[in-house]
Design a binder for this molecule. Structure first.
Ligand code: NAD
Length: 384
């Protein structure tokens, strides 16, 4: 890593138990007056939406609260129409990666509508006209990144694509671990593995840099200490806080590097076979780590150490194998599915999924070159 290039973003990050009480001051300071709240039903049911409404009062001029997983394009159209109708000046995503992705997509497209020009940043310093505020309640990490995923539902099969641009990065990320105390055990487990996967793919990314490596290594350390405790005792504020620090670091690492085969495949499985993102992550991560081991073992050594694995006397590839086994066991301990067949994916569909994945840009950024779809199909069969 003697040469590197990355973009870091002008963002305000507020972290801490009870920090939701600082939201209205931060919104006022930034001069945002007409917010659209984007979220989903379980956040309404848990009372979190009411809490935010109570804090922001009349500042919230519209609410879109039925975001579906994988951000379907038809819903983005609906949210965009609502934002235009209510002349919003900022969009607040509250919840997991789906509402935050929806907030990003809507803000990005709203700017295009208003200016009549593509929103694309001419330089990394360009700022969005419609900023995003993100309040995460899972460990997906989208609040830190310049990317959103959207599913083109009118295609057969539906296809999830990612859009990247500096202007997409949320301007304010507010983390309050208290909002995660009621995150269900399965969502805790699967989005926690998603955060771990961000660290793993950041460590061996072809565009890694010293910041992403430092963030990812520490992310693995926090997640390894906290995830199982959060799964077993959801109400443990200390564990929830440590886990959220881990997912923040994972998101920070993710924000400045390109992901590889693992993330590309998870997007294809999400958009095409509707596998929840965290579940796809949990099943595939050990398989992709082994697939990439020859090319990436040296970069993954710090992750193995941060997981508390003993590395002395082992070759780098053996260390990766141990780390992959540890993650496979962790997924099992948290009662998540460990095989693709358990998610409803049919064996007959694997060749088609591999073909789609082969054309995926993120897959093509993998550190071990992917030269044909058969390599991916073999991996998918092992995971099936
Ligand atoms: P999600 O946002 O789809 O949420 C899953 C479920 O968890 C929903 O039913 C939601 O209501 C529920 N939930 C969330 N917080 C809760 C809470 N505190 N209490 C009770 N229920 C709660 O799932 P996710 O895994 O967070 O996000 C996945 C999506 O995010 C995918 O579309 C993925 O591609 C995207 N993503 C994007 C990035 C990025 O950088 N752009 C990073 C990671 C994931």
């Amino acid at each position: 890593m003697d040469e590197f290039h990355y973009v870091s973003y002008a963002q305000e990050v507020i972290f801490g138990a009870g920090s939701l009480s600082r939201l209205s001051e931060a919104v006022e300071r930034s001069g945002w007056r007409r917010l659209m709240l984007v979220t989903n039903r379980s956040l309404r049911e848990s009372g979190h939406v009411t809490l935010v409404e109570g804090i922001l009062g009349d500042c919230i001029v519209a609410t879109f609260e039925t975001v579906h997983p994988h951000v379907p394009d038809v819903q983005v159209d609906e949210a965009l129409a609502l934002a235009i109708e209510n002349q919003v000046d900022a969009i607040l995503g509250l919840g997991g990666g789906s509402p935050i992705g929806m907030a990003k997509a809507t803000a990005f497209l709203l700017e295009e509508k208003r200016t009549g020009r593509p929103t694309r940043a001419a330089s990394p310093m360009d700022q969005p006209r419609v900023p995003v505020i993100a309040i995460p309640t899972t460990y997906a990490g989208s609040e830190m990144t310049p990317v959103y995923g959207i599913t083109h539902t009118r295609e057969t099969p539906p296809r999830k694509v990612t859009v990247s641009d500096p202007k997409i990065t949320p301007k304010l990320a507010l983390y309050d671990p208290q909002l995660t105390l009621d995150l269900p055990a399965e969502m805790t487990a699967s989005t926690g593995i998603n955060a771990l996967a961000h660290c793993i793919e950041a460590l061996y990314s072809t565009t890694r840099n010293p910041l992403s490596t430092a963030a990812a290594t520490n992310g693995v350390r926090h997640i390894s200490r906290a995830l199982l405790r959060c799964y077993a005792q959801g109400g443990n504020l200390e564990a929830r806080t440590e886990m959220l620090i881990g997912s923040h670091l994972a998101g920070l690492a993710l924000a400045s590097v390109s992901m590889g085969l693992h993330h590309g495949l998870c997007h294809v499985l999400g958009g095409t076979a509707n596998v929840p993102h965290g579940i796809a992550n949990s099943i595939l991560l050990p398989h992709v780590m082994r697939f990439n081991a020859e090319a990436t073992a040296v970069q993954l050594a710090p992750a193995a150490e941060a997981m508390g694995l003993s590395v002395s006397g082992l070759s780098p590839v053996m260390v990766v194998d141990d780390a992959a086994s540890r993650i496979f066991d962790l997924v099992g301990q948290m009662s998540l599915p460990q095989r693709l067949r358990d998610t409803g994916v049919k064996e007959a569909d694997l060749a088609g999924i591999a073909q789609l994945a082969f054309q995926n840009r993120t897959v093509q950024n993998n550190p071990r070159p992917i030269t044909n779809a058969a390599q991916i199909e073999k991996l998918l069969r092992e995971a099936w």
